[in-house]
Write a protein that binds this ligand. Sequence first.
Ligand SMILES: NC(=O)c1ccc[n+]([C@@H]2O[C@H](COP(=O)([O-])OP(=O)(O)OC[C@H]3O[C@@H](n4cnc5c(N)ncnc54)[C@H](OP(=O)(O)O)[C@@H]3O)[C@@H](O)[C@H]2O)c1
Length: 280
Amino acid sequence: MGIDGYTESSAGGKEGAVMNTNSLNTKGSGNGVKIVVIGGSGLIGKKVVKNLRQMGHEVVAASPSSGVNTVTGEGLAEALAGAQVVVDVANAPVWEDKAVLEFFEKSGRNLLAAEAASGIGHHVALSVVGTERLLSSGYFRAKMAQEDLIKASPIPYTIVRATQFFEFVGGIAQSATEGQTVRLPSALMQPIVSDDVAAAVADVALEEPLNGTIDLAGPEPIRMDDLVRKYLSANHDERTVTTDARASYFGVAVNDQSLTPGDHPRLGKTRFEDWLKTAN
Ligand SMILES: NC(=O)c1ccc[n+]([C@@H]2O[C@H](COP(=O)([O-])OP(=O)(O)OC[C@H]3O[C@@H](n4cnc5c(N)ncnc54)[C@H](OP(=O)(O)O)[C@@H]3O)[C@@H](O)[C@H]2O)c1
């Protein structure tokens, strides 16, 4: 069980997801591991920073608002000095095809080079389940480029691929809205709440690098059209969801395998319907 209630799947999975949770021997103790969280002011980043500090670690929340910019390199060497682990949960400010690719490429190159120079022992990055199945989207081509740079670098790493966050469902609705109609396919998803993502990422940061990828998902599958219907209803939003098998997900044709995790994912335990009650 993770610190905030996600479940570790039992028997390992793709790319060796059996976790050695005592590897750094620091979980829950005051033994100081210095961890730099890139994107530490973001939705996931803030929670990862808080979780790791609560476990007694020295955490630097690094992002442009605190003078650390992975695209320009500003402040990176100083932030990384003396650190053992880097967690990258940054996101691009602009998602236009060219801009987002440039962000993840420049950011990835600068960050990995700075990590090599300061002897970082574990690079943890947050990516998206199914990235290789979604490459007709510029955003996912950029996430793939980020993953490829990590795999090609000499820094030991763990890539955590999460499904869509509950907090992102409003954005899915928005992207598919025309007038009062939200047109969506009924493809299966298995979304997860950001708290459970942050808990898993914090735990992974304290484990041995896998040099591999872990899938992370919510506790139950749900169809995209139903997910958005429930979200709109809980928010007293009068838009209507129309199920359309030809509708896309951010321009990508999706089926029941596109957005759902592979074998033996780690699972968050927060159910969407329970979250809707607390978030409204
Ligand atoms: N949304 C989803 O459903 C979903 C699902 C799976 C995975 N993910 C992944 O989760 C990650 C985190 O997403 P999020 O929603 O937590 O992001 P977010 O709230 O938008 O936060 C983005 C963070 O990136 C930082 N940042 C922006 N430009 C930067 C730069 N040049 N250098 C360093 N940091 C920079 C921002 O810093 P400032 O505040 O200082 O600008 C902020 O801390 C993303 O990589 C995304 O691909 C998302």
